[in-house]
Design a protein around this ligand. Structure first.
Ligand code: SAH
Ligand code: SF4
Ligand code: F3S
Length: 492
């Protein structure tokens, strides 16, 4: 049998990155090989995001580019999977009739069967809706009722040779918060926490295969809670259990909702040595009236109190934030509160988005999208500029410090140089001038000279230069080892 080639492109958040990895694992096991480009592939899948209109437009444009290839090779299979497939399957079919497969994020384990059905029947296949069921109350949303959802994560394929240095684990699905601007509760369904025993087992298998850094994923990861026999396992307890698996060197989690962030999590971050000093804490706005219209369920005083508590418990903690500018009715004064918050918190970095009205959300139904696009753009550029200055100043303070980095690979510049050598047919080898890239525990990107043997190691480097985005360093000492491995030692 001829092997089939697959092109899988991912747009969206870490959940989608993980979903794509799991889908790819399934298909590689069935003999699919990576295709050089979408145009040449036997199967093209786009794993999509609906969070902003721009993300959907990108997919529509990529699909449009495939129309001709599909006409020339009708046997080619074009699929749309993930959040956009869930949000509007009919819309995709209407605009892009050459799409053969539409599969929501709760059905991804059915993709092999769907591909087979397309091949056999030449009829388009659509599977959506599983993530939608909110009929069950949270206590009843057990593993069995979501067996199909769980199948993909449970069957996680660990392929030898793939980059397993860092891995994501989904601890929670969906979201129950229904912020008025957000489409995620509609595409990913109700919030469900996966059982701790399953998660510990998944982590152990990854670590056995060489993973040293794990990031736990959830839309509001800190609200994780799972009923185990007659007691409730909280997020801080889950962190401790995963943290204690021998061989793990770093543990992170994203994204936290500022509304239910207890001190128990901060205590764990303070006391357990492999917990990274990093917190992604989306604020969305610095104005209480905007937060209320967004239905974020916290006020700015609570947010700032959490930032202060986090810094009390973990003094060197690095904070990242998300902001939306130009949300319905955002006045100059309300926007100025966001600028004030960014200046007050001193984030390591922020993600800033222009408000994009999403069909079906409460904001789309009840609140006008009335801030002109040009004003949204100006606020976006300005807020990012404010943050850039803060980051440049804060990064400058790292000069001379020694930090621990996990070496992830070659820097972008080194990879580019290698690719251009490769395309000229030259033999690619490591040169003394090559730069490696690593990350600190606080998620700073550090670039420094070094050889490929260091990739995957934890190293101490000394910071000798900085910009708003990057730290530059030289190697200082040998690898960091025993103190981070078992037996456990408490930081304080
Ligand atoms: N669960 C996370 C965020 C998920 S979406 C949380 O609660 O914070 C990632 C980010 O996209 C959000 O933090 C928000 O800043 C942004 N976002 C979500 N919906 C948006 C919209 N309609 N327009 C612009 N940005 C949006
Ligand atoms: Fe969206 Fe709000 Fe849920 Fe985050 S918490 S995924 S912003 S609804
Ligand atoms: Fe986008 Fe879906 Fe993630 S809408 S942000 S890919 S959960």
């Amino acid at each position: 049998m001829k092997t089939k080639s697959l092109y899988l492109e991912t747009i969206g958040c870490q959940m989608n990155v993980l979903d794509s990895e799991l889908v790819l694992g399934q298909l590689v096991k069935l003999g699919y090989q990576p295709a050089a480009s979408a145009q040449q592939a036997d199967v093209v899948l786009f794993n999509t995001c609906s969070v902003r209109e721009h993300a959907e437009d990108k997919v529509l444009s990529r699909l449009g580019q495939l129309k001709q290839a599909k006409q020339q090779r009708p046997e080619m299979i074009v699929g749309v999977i993930g959040c956009m497939a869930e949000r509007d399957p009919q819309g995709i079919t209407r605009l892009m009739p050459h799409v053969d497969l539409i599969c929501g994020p709760g059905q991804l384990n059915h993709i092999p069967a769907m591909l087979q059905a397309v091949e056999e029947t030449r009829e388009p296949q659509t599977l959506v809706g599983r993530e939608h069921s909110r009929k069950l109350d949270p206590a009843q949303r057990s593993l069995q009722q979501y067996d199909s959802l769980e199948a993909l994560d449970l069957a996680r394929q660990l392929q030898p040779g793939t980059n397993r240095l860092q891995a994501y684990i989904r601890v929670q699905r969906g979201c129950d918060k229904f912020c008025t601007f957000c489409v995620v509760p509609f595409t990913r369904g109700p919030e469900r926490s996966r059982p701790p025993a399953v998660l510990v087992d998944e982590a152990r298998r990854l670590i056995d295969q060489g993973t040293v850094e794990i990031t736990l994923l959830g839309q509001t990861v800190n609200s994780y809670a799972h009923q185990e026999d007659d007691r409730r396992v909280t997020f801080s307890e889950l962190l401790s259990r995963i943290h204690d698996i021998p061989g793990l060197q770093r543990l992170r989690f994203v994204t936290s909702h500022p509304g239910d962030f207890g001190d128990d999590i901060l205590q764990v971050m303070r006391d357990l040595p492999r917990m990274c000093e990093y917190l992604h804490l989306p604020a969305q706005s610095g104005s209480n009236s905007v937060l209320q219209r967004m239905k974020r369920q916290y006020c700015i005083e609570e947010y700032i109190d959490l930032v202060h508590r986090a810094r009390e418990y973990v003094p060197d903690i690095q904070l990242a934030g998300d902001f939306i500018v130009g949300f319905s009715g955002e006045s100059d004064a309300e926007y100025a509160e966001s600028v004030k918050l960014v200046q007050h918190v001193q984030y390591k970095n922020i993600f800033c988005f222009k408000y994009s009205e999403r069909p079906g959300t409460a904001a789309a139904r009840n609140l006008p999208d009335d801030v002109p696009d040009e004003l949204k753009r100006r606020r976006n550029v300005e807020l990012l500029r404010v943050q850039e200055k803060i980051a440049a100043r804060n990064n400058h303070q790292f000069l001379g410090r020694t930090v621990e980095v996990l070496v992830e690979g070659y820097s972008k510049a080194a990879r580019k140089a290698q690719e251009s050598e490769q395309s000229r047919g030259a033999e690619v080898g490591w040169r003394r001038s090559d730069q490696l890239v690593g990350r600190t525990r606080g998620d700073h990107i550090v670039v420094f000279p070094g050889g490929p043997e260091l990739i995957g190691q934890l190293f101490k480097v000394q910071i000798i230069g900085s910009t708003a985005l990057t730290l530059h360093a030289t190697m200082q000492t040998g690898p960091v080892t025993s103190s981070l491995l078992t037996p456990l030692t408490l930081k304080h």
